[in-house]
Design a protein around this ligand. Structure first.
Ligand code: EPS
Length: 388
């Protein structure tokens, strides 16, 4: 089973991660990991920080000759912005300055400061920052390479920013194909519908002028997952519960929907459930609809796994909200510093990579976990058995 730990402060020297449980003999293309990192850095609406950082990892252990060797993989990503914060963020003698005492509504500042007894809420900001998602994307990029051995693909795209929504029926053809990510990556906001993309960009521009920020919704599509991964037996092995826990842990995630979810709450059972058919040529059971989002009874059905994830607007506002000074208790406007207007486009890329280790783990759990060829053989055996 893949487990991981990340460390690093947003303006500290580096982010780092340890991934444990990758099977041995998995070829890992470091360029692909860095490519995922650059995808996360795109998107209209990001602030100055993304122009400064050029995220690339350096692997320190756990690989040899381009392949995993079964031991923990440890890597680092150095923050370019560190040079501007080396005094304030110094691990031994932190210089005074840039203290945060006026917690931002919507951020971890206040509850985090109370929890850990900090004088300077910057200690909370630094770690709760979405900068940490760079590590989760890099980790997911390893898991994606494992999934590609089984032909499993993970896509995402933006379906809503602020009040601007994509009409999904207008992108239905794209969603059936395998170009979702390449098309989304070519859009300024990772939106698959040109006119809607332009409206989203315009809304971000207007919102920036107002000193405000925006949230939205992304759709995640996980394709080619065989039926039966996950569990109907144990609550904590259900595929949907694991995906939901991981995805809602992404910074600023506020809502998740599996398949049509809330949108289909008004349908009777006859119009909700996905009827079952059998394709004699391909020797597979299939559905013509996918209201369930590819998961029934805590297991994959074999159809696309479809998830919607909502991200709240960024809490750092240039026109700040009401807050209270942490020390004096006097009313003040909340802290403001350089930030993004929206990071919904990056959110989809993050979600893909946070989902990847979860799907990978259902494979390692069912088919073995030590070395790639054993897992592949067991996987092939399963696919052949369910065809019979
Ligand atoms: C973030 C604030 C901004 C974002 C940051 C998340 O950083 P800064 O304060 O340095 O301008 O750019 O996101 C990243 C650095 C990143 O890599 O995604 C926050 O407060 O959450």
């Amino acid at each position: 089973m893949i487990r991981y730990l990340t460390s690093g402060e947003s303006h500290g020297q580096a982010l780092s991660a340890i991934i444990e449980g990758l099977p041995a003999n998995l070829a890992v293309d470091i360029q692909s990991v860095n490519h995922e990192l650059s995808r996360r850095q795109q998107g209209y609406g990001r602030g100055g920080r993304m122009r400064m950082e050029k995220d690339k990892i350096e692997i320190l252990s756990g690989m040899r000759g381009g392949k995993t060797i079964g031991s923990p993989v440890h890597f680092v990503l150095y923050n370019k912005d560190w040079k501007n914060w080396a005094d304030i963020m110094n691990v031994e003698n932190a210089a005074p300055g840039r203290e945060l005492t006026r917690p931002r509504p919507g951020h971890a500042d206040l509850a985090g400061g109370l929890k850990y007894d900090f004088n300077d809420l910057r200690n909370v900001l630094e770690r709760s920052s979405a900068r940490e998602t760079a590590m989760r994307v890099a980790i997911g990029a390893f898991a994606k390479q494992l999934l590609s051995m089984f032909n499993i693909r993970i896509f995402s795209h933006v379906v809503q920013i602020g009040h601007i929504k994509v009409n999904e029926s207008e992108i239905a053809d794209i969603l059936r194909g395998d170009e979702i990510n390449s098309l989304a990556d070519n859009s300024q906001v990772r939106c698959l519908h040109g006119e809607t993309e332009a409206q989203m960009v315009e809304l971000i521009r207007e919102t920036k002028k107002k000193g405000d920020t925006l949230g939205g919704i992304i759709q995640l599509v996980i394709r080619n997952v065989p039926p039966g991964l996950g569990s109907y037996v144990h609550w904590d092995r259900k595929l949907d519960s694991r995906l939901a826990a991981a995805l809602i842990s992404i910074q600023a995630a506020k809502g998740i929907q599996i398949g049509q979810g809330f949108m289909a709450a008004d349908r009777p059972g006859s119009q909700f459930h996905d009827e079952i058919y059998y394709d004699d040529d391909q020797k597979r059971f299939y559905r013509k609809t996918n209201t369930s989002g590819g998961i029934e009874g805590g297991m994959s059905t074999g159809e696309d796994i479809v998830i919607y994830l909502m991200k709240k607007p960024i809490p750092t506002l240039m026109k700040p909200l009401h807050s209270v000074d942490y020390h004096t208790k006097e009313p003040f406007e909340a802290h403001k510093e350089r930030s993004d207007i929206t990071a919904v486009p990056a959110f989809g890329v993050i979600a893909e990579n946070v989902a990847a280790p979860i799907i990978a783990n259902t494979i390692l759990e069912k088919f073995g976990s030590d070395t790639l060829n054993d897992i592949k053989q067991s996987y092939e055996h399963y696919l052949n058995r369910i065809k019979k």
